[in-house]
Structure formats: structure tokens, C-alpha cells
Design a protein around this ligand. Structure first.
Ligand code: SF4
Ligand code: SF4
Length: 380
């Protein structure tokens, strides 16, 4: 959101031959052909209309950093590495296969060191790194607990991963998931998957945490958080990880009952999870499941970021609200009863936004929605 300065390179600036600081993967950074196809997909570019706030503009900035054309303390570099939502919408339209999400992680690994990392991110990363504190959340608010004793990698039943945010804010979600699929084991002593670290400038620790969790939990990992699913799948392989709607779809789950409001079938829309949609390509499964128990209504821009974006809503609340507001207006026009989410961050963002706008629309997680339909809503 900073105005381009006279030092800000023009779109398409290529690295100076012979100079390379090794901040970025050279091949990944070189892949961008500066075509600009990604600009219309980018939520921050939509807000500002300024090149540095676009994927192409940010890649140009990364190249300038890599080649020393811009100094490390350049304010545009700091601003744009933070202003980017990390939603990866740009990846889905890129004809050159630029892995923007990886480049952003490399950028923040370099840019967000020490005190340059926002203090809220540092605090949250410290919290989720301490298993005792995560377990304490389970004492304060009762999340799902199962037998969970089997930690063999060949365990017959998939393990439900308890996300750090979800187990604290939305413990009903894991209970609903287990109510739907009692075969899920819920091993105790789960840690964090490391997505928070990877998105906030410490991708090495983020990868180590994903592998540690993969070693701790048996067989297939099922998660109710789209962001965790994408991070874990990246590090453990897609075969090991299923987001809940994927798991239900693949195992032939047939939702039962229906969700009603005032005696009629409820109208419900979906808010996609960016990383589930843009990283793993999962879009049909949650829609099918909702449509089985309610009248499904497609929210225009359902695939656009809601502004939650991990820690973004806490780090940049007014920008986060600017991203969310058009979605709330679209929701108001849609006249739905529920907006269903597949990620706890989206649920929190929508819940708070809807409350701020005095809306009667309720934000619920898919697991709760299906459990509600089955007539077994988890009790709080
Ligand atoms: S669409 Fe891909 S290749 Fe084209 S400018 Fe954007 S990132 Fe670069
Ligand atoms: S990750 Fe999202 S906000 Fe960032 S450049 Fe890509 S589309 Fe824009």
C-alpha cells in the first residue's frame, strides 16, 4: 500500500546477471514472465490498483531484493511482504506455474527476522510451540477426545488433527467431526502443524513441526482446517492428509437429515478456504455436502479471500476488514441463513464481520452444519 518510490523497479525487471543473494529459489523466481494475468485475481491489487500490491509487482520487488537493487530496509519491501494476504489466488491463474506461496515464505523468512517479525506473530508462534499450553486449551474448553492411544503409522483408523486455533476457539468442531465419523481416532498430545510458523517467516520450523506431527499421529491425518491441510500435504505428501470434506467424499459419506430454519429448509452458502481451494484444488466436496442437507446458494466471490489469512486479521485489522466488506455485502444480498466454512480462521473472521454488521446470518463450520442436520448437534 506504499506509493512506489523512484527506487521501485518497473514490472518485469529481471535479476542483474551475476548477482544473486540466495534469498529466493532462483528457478522459482525466474519463472515469472511478467504477463500480468494474475493481477485481476489479487485482492490487494483490487483494493489499491497499484503495481507493487499485485503478484507481479511483488515478484519484481523480490527480484530487486535478490539482486541488491533495493536495500533490505526499503519501506516498500517491508510493506508489501506484509500487505500480501498469502491467499495464493495468483497461483491458480498463472500460465507459467509460479509457486507464489513458496516465494512469499522465502521472502518473509528473510524479511521477518527478529524484531522485524510482528510481535503478535511472535507471541502466537511461541504459544503454539508449547504443547503444554495447547493441552491447557483442551482443559479449558472440551474438544473431541477419543481412544487415541494407537500411534502406529499403520493404524487402521485415520487420526483427527486438532488445530491449535480450533481447539481453543471452536472445540465443537472436532466433537462434531467425531460425531459424524466415530472411526476417527483423536490422539492425545498433538502439537501444532507449523503452518503459523511457515506463514510468518520461519518456514524451517514450520516444516519441522509438520514432520513431527506426522510422526506422532497414525496413518491418514484428517483435519477440519483447510490451511493446516495444505501445509501438511505440502510436507507429508497428499496421500497422508485429508481435509474433512475430502475425507467424507472419498469414503462415500451420505449426510443425513436437513438443516431447517423456522420450519423450512435452510439456505446456505460456502466460503472457500484459500489454501484448500488454491493449494489443494478442493472446491466441489464441501458444496456437495452442504447441498445434501440444505438449499445451497453459491456466494459470488466464494473463492476470494475473506481477509482472515492466518494472522493477517490480527496484524492488519483495517486491511483485513477492507477485504471482507464486499463479501459481507454480497452475503446480505444473497439472503442466506448460514455461511459455512472449512477453516477456523474464516469462521472467526465471518462471525465477527457479520456481528459487526448486525447480520442474522450465522457462520458455522461444515462439521457442525452436517452434525446439526443429522439431528445430533454437539452440545456446548
Ligand atoms: S501470472 Fe504468473 S507469470 Fe504472469 S505475472 Fe503473474 S506470476 Fe508472473
Ligand atoms: S497471495 Fe493473494 S494477496 Fe498475495 S499476491 Fe497472490 S493473490 Fe495477491
Amino acid at each position: 500500500m506504499t506509493e512506489p518510490t523512484e527506487n521501485t523497479p518497473r514490472p518485469g525487471t529481471r535479476p542483474t546477471p551475476g548477482r544473486n543473494l540466495g534469498i529466493f529459489d532462483k528457478q522459482q523466481l525466474g519463472r515469472c514472465i511478467s504477463c500480468g494475468f494474475c493481477l485481476p485475481a489479487c485482492p490487494t491489487y483490487a483494493l489499491t490498483g497499484e503495481e507493487p500490491s499485485s503478484p507481479r509487482g511483488r515478484i519484481t520487488l523480490m527480484r530487486a531484493l535478490e539482486t541488491g537493487q533495493l536495500p533490505e530496509d526499503d519501506p516498500t519491501l517491508a510493506e508489501e511482504s506484509s500487505y500480501c494476504l498469502g491467499c495464493r489466488a495468483c497461483e491458480t491463474v498463472c500460465p507459467a506455474g509460479v509457486e507464489y506461496g513458496s516465494l512469499l515464505e522465502q521472502w518473509r523468512d528473510h524479511q521477518w527476522q527478529g524484531r522485524n517479525r510482528p510481535w503478535i506473530a511472535r507471541l502466537l508462534m511461541a504459544l503454539v510451540s508449547r504443547p503444554a499450553l495447547l493441552r491447557l486449551q483442551g482443559l479449558v474448553r472440551r474438544h473431541a477426545r477419543g481412544g487415541g492411544a494407537d500411534t502406529s503409522a499403520n493404524a487402521p483408523h485415520p487420526a483427527l488433527m486438532l488445530g491449535c486455533v480450533e481447539r481453543g476457539l471452536y472445540p465443537k468442531v472436532s466433537r462434531a467431526a467425531v460425531a459424524l465419523r466415530p472411526e476417527l481416532t483423536v490422539p492425545a498430545r498433538q502439537g501444532c502443524c507449523g503452518a503459523l510458523h511457515a506463514h510468518n517467516g520461519d518456514s524451517t520450523t514450520g516444516a519441522a513441526m509438520a514432520h513431527a506431527l506426522g510422526a506422532r499421529l497414525p496413518g491418514t491425518l484428517v483435519t477440519t482446517a483447510g490451511g493446516c491441510a495444505a501445509h501438511l500435504a505440502h510436507h507429508l505428501g497428499r496421500d497422508r492428509v485429508r481435509e474433512l470434506s475430502q475425507y467424507l467424499d472419498e469414503t462415500g459419506h451420505r449426510p443425513t437429515g436437513q438443516v431447517t430454519v423456522d420450519g423450512r429448509r435452510a439456505r446456505a452458502a460456502l466460503q472457500d478456504s484459500c489454501h484448500l481451494r488454491n493449494g489443494l484444488g478442493v472446491t466441489r466436496q464441501p458444496r456437495d455436502l452442504i447441498a445434501a442437507v440444505a438449499d445451497y446458494v453459491e456466494l459470488p466471490g466464494a473463492g476470494d479471500c475473506c481477509g482472515a489469512a492466518g494472522t493477517y486479521a490480527m496484524l492488519r485489522p483495517s486491511d483485513s476488514r477492507a477485504v471482507l466488506d464486499p463479501k459481507l455485502e454480497a452475503l446480505a444480498r444473497l439472503e442466506v441463513d448460514y455461511i459455512v466454512t472449512v477453516n477456523p480462521g474464516c469462521q472467526r473472521q465471518l462471525h465477527q464481520g457479520l456481528r459487526r454488521h448486525g447480520s442474522r446470518v450465522r457462520a458455522v463450520h461444515l462439521a457442525e452444519f452436517l452434525a446439526m442436520a443429522a439431528g445430533s448437534p454437539p452440545t456446548g
